[in-house]
Ligand binder design. Structure first.
Ligand code: SAH
Length: 484
C-alpha cells in the first residue's frame, strides 16, 4: 500500500490553497464543501473564485506564495500549474509538518486526492495511487452507475437509528442481519421511491418485532437462523467464480474451505468472516469427512451463515453430496452453488476441447484416487476409443492408469495432456502420448493438483488470442462486486 486511505474532517480547519485559476477553483469547491476555512494565495483570481471571496467564504491574499503562508494551516493544496511554485509550496509544507497536494504533480504531493462518488454521508473514493488516474476515473464511472441516488438518504436513516438498533440487538450477528434486511429489503425500496416516512415506519416496526423476539426466548428469531451453502470456487482463477458464489461468500459469517481454494478467491470473501481451513495438506493429520460434517452442523446450529467453499464443483469429487445429506438429515437449511469443475476450467485454460465431433463423443470424469479405485474401475469401457477421460486426483496412479488402459486396448499413442495448477498463474501443460505418461510426469515432476486428459482431443488445442475482458475491465469487476 503506497498511500494510507483516510477521510479528513476539515470542518472549521484552516486550509491553504495556492493558485487562482480553474483548477484551483475546483479544489476550492471541494474544500469548502467539507467546511474548511479557506485562504487562497494568488496574484489573480478567476470569476468563480472572486465570487467565493465576495460571498465571504474565502479569504484572499493577492500576492505570490511565501513560505510563512503554511503557518497555522492543516493542509495545503497547490494548483498553480507552475512546477517551481509547486516545489516551493511542497518544501514549505514539509518543513511545517503539514500535508501538501500539488495538483497533477505527484512528486510534490504528500497526499493525493481520489476520484470520488459523493452520496453523502456515503463517499466512495477510488485511487490508483497516482499511477493511472484515467483508470481510477473509469472505475468511478462504473461505480457511479451502480449506486442509487437514494443511497445518501438511506445512510442518513441508518445513522439516525444506529444507536437504538445497537441497544435492541446487542448480538453482532443478529444486528448484522437486521441491517442487511434494511439495506436489501422494503426499507431501501421505500427510500429509493422517495418515501422516507414510510421507510422510517417500516424500520421501526421491524425493530419492535425484533425486540419482542429478544424478550421472549421461546420465539424463534428469524434473524439468527443459520444456513449452509455448498459452494464451488472453481479451479483457481477468481474470475471463474459464479456471481452467486461471490454473493454467498460476501454474506457468510464463516468460510469453511478446502486447501485447493486459492488465496485470491478467499480474498473476495467478507473481510470479517471467520476462515476455517479443513483442507488435507500433505504431511498434516487429515481432518476426516465426519469431523467436517460435524463442524458444519455445529456452526449452522449456532446460527452462523456458513459458506462451505470447495475447489471446482462441490458435487464433482468434492464430497458435497455427503455434506448435503448430513445437513438434510439434521434438518438444517442449505443451498448449493455449482462451480466450474477442474476438467472444464483446465481444458479451457489449455485450449483443449473436451468433446469434438471428429475426436470424442463422450467425456468421462473419473478419479484414480486410492488403490481400490484403480481396481474397481471399468477398464474395458474406459479404454474405448472416441471418448475423453478426465482423471482427477490421479498423479500417484499414472503408472497403473497407463498400463491398464493400454492392456484393455487403448492405443499407446493416444494423446494425453497433464494440466497442473490449471487456470492459475502457475499453470503448466505437459503433452504427450499415453505410453509416455509415467515417464513424462516423472520428467516434469508433475505435482498435485493436476488433471489428466486422455483422448484425441488432447492433441488439439487452440491458442487463445484474447484474454477474457473480465480479467482487466474494471466495469465487469465492479458489476461482480456490486451484485454481491
Ligand atoms: N471438486 C473439484 C475436484 C476435487 S478433487 C472439481 O470439481 O474440480 C481434487 C482434484 O481436482 C485434484 O487432485 C486435481 O486432479 C483436480 N484439480 C482441482 N483443481 C485443479 C487445478 N487448478 N488444476 C488441475 N487440477 C485440478
Amino acid at each position: 500500500m503506497d498511500y494510507f486511505p483516510a477521510f479528513l474532517r476539515l470542518e472549521g480547519k484552516p486550509c491553504l490553497l495556492v493558485g487562482g485559476g480553474a483548477v484551483a477553483a475546483r479544489k476550492a469547491r471541494l474544500l469548502l464543501s467539507a467546511g474548511a476555512e479557506l485562504t487562497v494565495v494568488a496574484p489573480a483570481l478567476n470569476d468563480e473564485m472572486t465570487a467565493q471571496v465576495h460571498n465571504g467564504r474565502v479569504r484572499h491574499e493577492r500576492r505570490r506564495f511565501r513560505d510563512s503562508d503554511t503557518g497555522g494551516q492543516w493542509l495545503v493544496v497547490s494548483a498553480t500549474g507552475d512546477p517551481a511554485v509547486e516545489r516551493r509550496v511542497s518544501n514549505a509544507a514539509e518543513r511545517a509538518g503539514i500535508f501538501c497536494n500539488a495538483v497533477d504533480d505527484r512528486e510534490h504531493c504528500s497526499f493525493i486526492t481520489p476520484a470520488i462518488i459523493d452520496r453523502s454521508p456515503v463517499m466512495v473514493a477510488v485511487s490508483s495511487g497516482g499511477s493511472a488516474p484515467v483508470l481510477a476515473r473509469r472505475i468511478r464511472t462504473a461505480i457511479e452507475s451502480q449506486l442509487s441516488f437514494g443511497l445518501g438518504d438511506l445512510a442518513q436513516l441508518a445513522g439516525r437509528w444506529r444507536q437504538r438498533v445497537g441497544e435492541v440487538l446487542p448480538d453482532f450477528a443478529r444486528r448484522l442481519r437486521f441491517w442487511e434486511w434494511v439495506f436489501d429489503g422494503p426499507v431501501a425500496a421505500a427510500v429509493t421511491a422517495g418515501d422516507l416516512p414510510r421507510a422510517e415506519r417500516l424500520l421501526a416496526t421491524e425493530l419492535d418485532t425484533e425486540l419482542d423476539t429478544e424478550l421472549d426466548d421461546t420465539r424463534e428469531s428469524s434473524g439468527l437462523r443459520g444456513e449452509a451453502w455448498l459452494v464451488g470456487a472453481g479451479p483457481g482463477d477468481p474470475g471463474l467464480l459464479t456471481l452467486k458464489a461471490l454473493q454467498v461468500m460476501q454474506r457468510a459469517d464463516v468460510i469453511l474451505h478446502d486447501r485447493l481454494v486459492s488465496e485470491q478467491v478467499l480474498d473476495l470473501a467478507r473481510r470479517d468472516a471467520e476462515r476455517i481451513s479443513v483442507g488435507k495438506a500433505p504431511g498434516c493429520p487429515a481432518i476426516s469427512q465426519e469431523e467436517i460434517n460435524a463442524l458444519l452442523l455445529r456452526l449452522v446450529s449456532e446460527g452462523k451463515r456458513v459458506c462451505r467453499l470447495k475447489g471446482g464443483d462441490p458435487f464433482v469429487f468434492g464430497r458435497g453430496g455427503e455434506e448435503a445429506e448430513a445437513l438434510e438429515a439434521a434438518g438444517l437449511p442449505f443451498g448449493i452453488v455449482p462451480g466450474i469443475t477442474a476438467a472444464a476450467g483446465c481444458a479451457a485454460a489449455a485450449g483443449i476441447p473436451l468433446t469434438h465431433r471428429d475426436a470424442a463423443q463422450s467425456l468421462v470424469l473419473l478419479t484414480a484416487h486410492g488403490k481400490d479405485s484403480v481396481d474397481t474401475l471399468d477398464w474395458p469401457s474406459l479404454a474405448r476409443d472416441r471418448q475423453t477421460l478426465a482423471v482427477y486426483m490421479g498423479v500417484r496412479r499414472f503408472e497403473a492408469l497407463m498400463t491398464r488402459l493400454i492392456a484393455h486396448g487403448r492405443a499407446a499413442d493416444t494423446p494425453i495432456a497433464i494440466i497442473e495448477r490449471g487456470t492459475t498463474p502457475g499453470q503448466r501443460v505437459v503433452r504427450g502420448r499415453l505410453g509416455q505418461l509415467k515417464m513424462l510426469a516423472d520428467a516434469h515432476r508433475v505435482r498435485s493438483p493436476a488433471i489428466l486428459l486422455i483422448g484425441d482431443v488432447a492433441a488439439m488445442g487452440v491458442r487463445r488470442t484474447a484474454e477474457p475482458a473480465a480479467a482487466v475491465s474494471p466495469e465487469s469487476a465492479i458489476q461482480r462486486l456490486a451484485s454481491g
